[in-house]
Design a protein around this ligand. Structure first.
Ligand SMILES: [Ca+2]
Length: 284
């Protein structure tokens, strides 16, 4: 029986690959926004034109109000882009509340590039340098999966954690596209505004790389010396600081632990979604 992983991999082979220069944002924010407002949006909603991680007016308001799912509602009455229309009026008209040139009367074609959004290529290439291309799958965790992850993590998942986006890394091998692993990005449970981690897992469940997309604690956490310790580890490791992983610095034990926790949460999420069949098929 094919695993879910293989099935999904088949799906993306027939997909059209579209890459974008979209700046990085946690994909779950986009997903939660879409769930709230009922249509697909683009990274241009929160980010100004071009690359880099520069937030646009609406993205800045979202950040100012805590970047939580509730923040979308809290900034509805604001006019982030100062074009005279409230954010909610623009959203209802499918205009961009972060672009003064897009208004309810003239929304422009900003939503036509939806397909291109949310492919953080620079980060993905750091996680899977040997990959030739990537494809994404927007997932939603089932209640049982959430329960399973929370039990093993001994912690609650955030709403954002329950809508993970998976990125498949693909390589050319003998003229065939083969998958080499899957990557996921997630925020620290306790400090989502300070720490976002990207992690790659190969087909055997081992970590290929860990990168920090956002690190507002201490730059030593982003050091290769610290992060490379995660390479090759899997769920068989407890990823405990001082036991399995040395802290980034003697005074960064708590912060190092947050990185390890986010890594573990990511591993558990990938495992819960893709390893079901494999686990069931394991001989006892
Ligand atoms: Ca406006």
């Amino acid at each position: 029986m094919k695993s879910h992983f293989q099935n999904y991999l088949f799906l993306f082979v027939i997909c059209v690959f579209v890459y974008s220069d979209c700046s990085w944002a946690l994909p779950s924010h986009k997903r939660l926004w879409e769930r709230k407002y009922g249509y697909s949006t683009s990274c241009m909603l929160c980010h100004s034109k071009g690359g880099g991680s520069q937030l646009g007016a609406y993205g800045e308001d979202f950040q100012r109000f805590g970047m939580t799912p509730g923040a979308f509602g809290e900034i509805e009455k604001r006019d982030s882009d100062k074009d005279g229309f409230t954010n909610i009026d623009e959203i209802r008209a499918k205009a961009n509340p972060g672009d003064p040139l897009s208004t309810p009367a003239r929304p422009t074609d900003w939503l036509s590039r939806v397909e291109e959004s949310m492919m953080p290529l620079d980060e993905l290439k750091k996680i899977f340098p040997e990959a030739r291309k990537f494809s994404l799958l927007e997932g939603t965790l089932f209640p049982l999966q959430i329960e399973e992850i929370e039990k093993k993590l001994n912690d609650k998942l955030s709403v954002a954690d329950t809508v993970p986006t998976f990125y498949f890394a693909i390589k050319d091998q003998n003229d065939k596209l083969v998958r080499i692993g899957v990557a996921i990005f997630s925020a620290s449970a306790r400090n989502p505004e300070k720490l976002i981690l990207g992690i790659g897992v190969d087909l055997s469940g081992k970590i290929t790389n860990v990168v920090l997309i956002k690190n507002k604690f201490n730059e030593k956490l982003s050091d290769n010396k610290f992060l490379s310790q995660f390479k090759g580890k899997s769920l068989e490791s407890t990823l405990q600081i001082k036991k399995d992983i040395e802290p980034a610095a003697p005074d960064l034990i708590m912060e190092s632990g947050l990185v390890a926790e986010a890594a573990k949460k990511s591993l558990l999420t990938i495992s819960a979604v893709f390893n079901k069949d494999q686990k069931n098929n394991k001989p006892k």
